[in-house]
Write a protein that binds this ligand. Sequence first.
Ligand SMILES: NC(=O)c1ccc[n+]([C@@H]2O[C@H](COP(=O)([O-])OP(=O)(O)OC[C@H]3O[C@@H](n4cnc5c(N)ncnc54)[C@H](OP(=O)(O)O)[C@@H]3O)[C@@H](O)[C@H]2O)c1
Length: 284
Amino acid sequence: MPAGFSRASGSIQKLDLTDSSAVESLLSSTRPAIVVHTAAERSPDRCVSDPMATTALNVDSTAHLSQLCARLGATLIYISTDYVFPGRPGEAPYAASTPTEPPNFYGETKLAGERSVLAQPAGVVLRVPVLYGDVEENKESAVNVLLDVVWNSNGKRTVHMDDWSIRYPTNTEDVARVLVDIAERYRDGNGEALPRVLQFSSEERMTKYEICTVLADVAGLPVDHIVANAENDPKAAGTLLFPLGVKRGRDWANVAANEGLRTGASATSVRLSFVDARTQGFGD
Ligand SMILES: NC(=O)c1ccc[n+]([C@@H]2O[C@H](COP(=O)([O-])OP(=O)(O)OC[C@H]3O[C@@H](n4cnc5c(N)ncnc54)[C@H](OP(=O)(O)O)[C@@H]3O)[C@@H](O)[C@H]2O)c1
């Protein structure tokens, strides 16, 4: 059963994870075998500007959910982030066993969430890097939003774009398939064979500037207004997370062949619809 918050509608049940009695009531009545915990404040800047709300959601509600799942005998799968690692030059790729050292408050709260999940007997952590996929608005993803930059929706003459930090843009559908794999293993009683801290990433290495050039190529747009900034951005943590053992990365070279994206009329109406490329024989 899916649960959401501000966008809950239809089959998506509304649940405020910071309302512990509501969470307890829903889980006690539905008795799920597997709970996938995706909710978080994930913008490093918003985390800093509202630390109390961030702690309530990222830390406290995760601790409560962990304890509740343990009491009800449910397996909790917790989505975490590569921001638990510092991202210093030359250190990546990080193995799941690498000692953590978050570079910012967001990473600290996600690491605290990891610890409460791992303190329970049946909790699993899945770390993922920067994500893209189907969205309502491009600003929901740090990758999708680059499409707005390519379309130059703000009408800027020049945009400086990070060309230093290596990203591994990973598709949310691929993460969902990994989650299904993990859930099925636990459901079938084979979950114990998996490590309790898992990491999944695509294998495409790209800076944000390089992502812009790919998107510009796909959309048939010029990229002249975007200037590569090759200086170190200390806020950017670029890491390669070891994959779970299944190659699920996208073939970005084939993305340009997706004619559907070329015909998009405006920045807001064009989404990264090549997430569907797999069905046309691209991707895996
Ligand atoms: N986005 C990335 O690049 C990225 C990278 C690495 C890891 N992650 C991790 O992946 C997970 C998903 O991130 P995301 O990118 O999907 O974040 P997001 O787009 O900001 O979405 C946050 C989610 O949390 C829900 N939520 C917010 N407050 C809630 C509350 N009080 N009770 C219940 N649900 C609440 C929201 O539901 P509504 O929309 O219904 O309000 C939304 O589904 C997070 O754990 C994040 O740390 C994300």
